[in-house]
Write a protein that binds this ligand. Structure first.
Ligand code: TEU
Ligand code: CA
Length: 803
């Protein structure tokens, strides 16, 4: 039995190579809830207290005497200690009598098979239960023989959360506590494991407080097999992992656009309590990190990217208490929180800007970028704003222009001013001290400007391009390094920059392992393969797989060993991925292609980012008029291009229906009910009309859904270190339909093969792959000599390759 740990979550793998596994019995290997329920019901009747399943749920993992106290809270009578003793004893007797009803069928055959498999693989197994009934239950289940040792309540003096029971079990197996892994469903059990210095796996969807958060989670105990399987592939030594192992490299991020996620108070707008209400959903998906689009106070000209107070929550989204609760609830589930940091610009309603504008001689003037008019009285240069019109707005009172790369309501901060940096860094500290886990940094590559000369005229012929003088400017690395020194280095955080115009070489500067700037950089070359930003509002949107392969391979190869990728197919600024690069012509194709796209990208080297709704393969809408569009970028572009006579209205709608970021912002459909169950009120934005068919409820109910595939994809990535840290190698590089690549780490290799086309194509596995094991397949199996339409396959092999 070699290095079983390699199959565990990396966090766990680092902690130990388990030789023994200690199982809690009740709630993990069998369920005795209904017997407890019946026994307590009798007791409650006797003491004339109410009793139902909700009360019964509260008794889970709670000692017998404490349970009795909870029930007695509802009783009109008082009981002496002796009577309480009698009541508890009688409950126990009834319970034990009821246990006689248990049969071997009360243990899931998959769990039984898993236990046998683990023993064959050389693990020593024990049961560690605080219940005196454990041996009897095992006997009823005919499961006693599956274990090398059983420690039950009669053998210990102190029950969980005291570690005694697990320490005794380890001892009985002849192992050190550090060599054992505990499998538990209850908080007290996880606390006991932690107190005993053992690693632990949490079973079920429980919300575990951080102090005892399990090292790995499974929904059902039988899934433990896939966590522990695969002897023979040693986790790579630390030295083989450039930049080392970190939690954010292993994590999967889920992006929430709060306005459109879930509305808890019926005002039609998503909110923080709405997110809290859906955390079990995220936990079931298996994501590790949530990134929230801006939730700060804002006039909402650009849906939150115009911030007027960095330290307050927008009323519409809730209160700071709601925020604290959300953060604690995420942490309790072992998830982390990343906030949006928007510091290239503020809102024009931010007190700094109000002061800056009001008083040209005052201390805040220099917080922003003011310039005198050009000699002709016009704007200082020809730069156009990203969101239409000039990038300069004139202020009558002072006779100067201020710079805004986005709307006039988003004036750019002057990072040259050290006081601006002090304020930003202080504000970051404020959020870190609250306990957040990182930042996604909005257009961070634009914060250092230089030159202020006219830029080359853009493709639309209307304005000059600010990018050559604003993107990746001369002091940007100095600023980020300062941010790292003064803030980031003090926290175990993750940071990802949104980097306009970043090349792989530049990403190695922003996010190089040895640079002390950011952890990752979002690149936009992939988003640009269909004409993306540079030719944004055109119909020229052809793309080819060759372009995708070229872009992604260059990023993978250039960053290898030097920096870390951020992998995304879409976000709140992009149309829906399945409409863009997949096939939505039939439901079957939509699902297959969505699964294929996720497999192809998320198993490359880098941290995957899932945009809300992509896990159920939401699609673009068909908008019929500009009045259906809320987004300021799309609306301004429409107005400007129309006025310049550059496009016709029909053509513009066609372009919007392909490209607009509006598609990403329609509310999340939770069910087929009115308004997709997103709100009980009137939604701030119409839902995609296909919500009756494409919604979360449907996806959860269908075992073959895109959601469940994403769940497996995430679990597979978590279980195989090669899929996180392995080197990327493109194969079949000239194939026009198939994107295939390998990942290599130590003696382990994985193969990912995806057919991007709607026709079956011939595809022979490379020779040394034919015997490999399939670990994920969107058709559920492997075809022969071909890849079917939109097929995705993932194979793994642990033999040392003969090269
Ligand atoms: O986006 C920056 C950015 O590159 C956008 O101009 C993007 O190209 C555009 O949204 C596509 O329509 C960031 C935020 O992600 C975006 O939501 C904000 O509107 C923008 O910054 C300004 O803060
Ligand atoms: Ca609301």
């Amino acid at each position: 039995m070699t290095s079983v740990a390699s199959g565990l979550s990396q966090r766990l793998a680092r902690r130990l190579a388990p030789r023994g596994i200690i199982f809690d019995l009740d709630g993990v290997l069998c369920f005795t809830d209904r017997f407890h329920y019946e026994a307590w019901l009798d007791c409650a009747r006797e003491v004339e207290a109410p009793f139902d399943w909700t009360i019964n749920d509260r008794l889970r993992g709670v000692s017998r005497m404490e349970s009795l106290e909870i029930i007695l809270e509802g009783s009109p009578h008082d009981y002496s200690d002796a009577e309480k003793e009698r009541l508890a004893t009688e409950k126990n007797e009834r319970y034990r009598a009821l246990l006689a009803q248990m049969t071997p069928e009360d243990m899931d055959p998959a769990a039984r098979a898993m236990l046998r498999g683990l023993r064959e693989a050389g693990f020593k197994l024990a049961v560690g239960s605080s219940s005196k009934n454990a041996p009897y239950i095992l006997e009823r289940l005919q499961a006693t023989d599956l274990f090398d040792a059983v420690i039950d309540g009669s053998q210990i003096e102190r029950s969980k959360p005291d570690p005694e029971v697990f320490l005794r079990a380890a001892d009985a197996l002849g192992l050190e506590p550090g060599e054992c892994l505990v499998v538990e469903d209850a908080v007290a059990g996880l606390e006991a494991a932690r107190a005993g210095g053992m690693a632990c796996v949490g079973v079920g969807r429980g919300a575990w407080p951080l102090h005892c958060a399990p090292d790995a989670r499974v929904e059902d105990v039988s899934e433990l097999a896939s966590l522990l399987e695969r002897p023979g592939s040693p986790a790579a030594p630390e030295a083989e992992i450039p930049g080392g192992r970190t939690w954010w490299k292993e994590a999967v991020v889920y992006q929430i656009y709060p306005r459109s996620f879930y509305d808890a108070n019926g005002d039609g707008i998503g909110d923080l309590r709405g997110i809290i209400a859906k955390l079990d959903y995220l936990s079931a998906l298996g994501v590790d990190v949530v990134w929230l689009n801006p939730i700060y106070r804002s006039p909402g000209v650009d849906n939150g990217y115009d911030i007027s107070d960095y330290r307050s929550i927008l009323d519409t989204f809730g209160t700071m208490d709601d925020f604290d609760e959300l953060l604690a609830a995420l942490h309790a589930r072992g998830m982390r929180l990343v906030m949006d940091l928007v510091v290239n610009h503020t809102s024009d309603q931010h007190p700094w800007f109000i002061a800056s504008k009001q008083n040209p001689a005052g201390e805040f003037r220099d917080f922003y970028i003011w310039r005198d008019p050009a000699p002709d009285g016009g704007a200082p240069n020809n730069w156009g704003s990203c969101f239409g019109g000039s990038a300069w707005t004139f202020d009558e009172a002072s006779g100067q222009y201020y710079l805004h790369l986005f709307t006039p309501e988003q004036p750019d901060l002057n990072w040259e001013n050290p006081r601006v940096r002090d304020e930003v860094f202080d504000m970051m500290d404020f959020w870190f001290k609250k306990g957040i886990d990182g930042f996604r940094m909005d257009v961070i590559s634009l914060i250092s400007k230089a030159g202020f000369e006219d830029g080359p005229v853009r493709a639309d012929g209307l304005w000059g391009d600010y990018e050559p003088q604003c993107a990746n400017g001369p002091r940007v690395h100095e600023y980020l390094h300062e941010m790292h020194e003064r803030v980031l280095t003090h926290y175990d955080d993750m940071t990802v920059g949104e980097n306009a115009a970043v090349t792989p070489e530049l990403a190695c500067l922003y996010a190089g392992f040895d640079r002390e700037e950011l952890d990752m950089a979002f690149q936009f070359e992939l988003m640009d393969v269909d004409g993306g930003e540079s030719r944004k509002w055109t119909r020229d949107w052809d793309w080819s797989l060759a372009d995708i392969k070229r872009v992604m391979t260059r990023w993978q190869e250039t960053l290898e060993g030097r920096a870390w990728n951020a992998l995304f197919w879409g976000n709140h600024d992009q149309p829906r991925v399945v409409s863009r690069f997949g096939d939505t012509s039939t439901d079957a194709r939509r699902k297959l292609s969505a699964k294929m796209l996720a497999t192809c990208l998320y198993l490359m080297q880098g941290t995957p980012y899932i945009f809300q709704g992509d896990e159920i393969a939401m699609t673009n809408c068909v908008f019929t008029g500009i009045d259906e569009i809320d987004d300021v970028h799309t609306r301004n572009a429409f107005a400007e291009l129309m006025e310049a006579g550059l496009v016709e209205p029909d053509e513009m709608m066609e372009i919007i229906n392909y490209r607009s970021r509006e598609h990403a912002r329609t509310p999340m459909p939770w069910s087929a009910e009115t308004n997709g169950g997103f709100t009980e009120g009137t939604p701030w934005h119409a839902l995609n009309p296909n919500y009756d068919k494409i919604n979360v409820e449907e996806s959860l109910a269908d075992a073959d859904s895109v959601f469940h595939y994403y769940r497996r994809l995430i679990a597979v990535r978590r279980a195989h270190e090669v899929l996180v840290y392995g080197r990327y190698r493109l194969i079949a590089s000239t194939d026009e339909h198939v994107y295939a690549y390998e990942r290599l780490l130590g003696g382990t290799r994985a193969l990912i093969a995806c057919n991007f086309g709607g026709e079956a194509v011939a595809f022979d596995l490379p020779e040394d792959w034919t015997g490999a094991r399939t670990i994920l397949a969107n058709y559920g199996n492997r075809g022969d000599g071909e890849l079917r339409p939109f097929e995705a396959l993932v194979l793994i092999c642990e033999d040392e390759r003969k090269e």
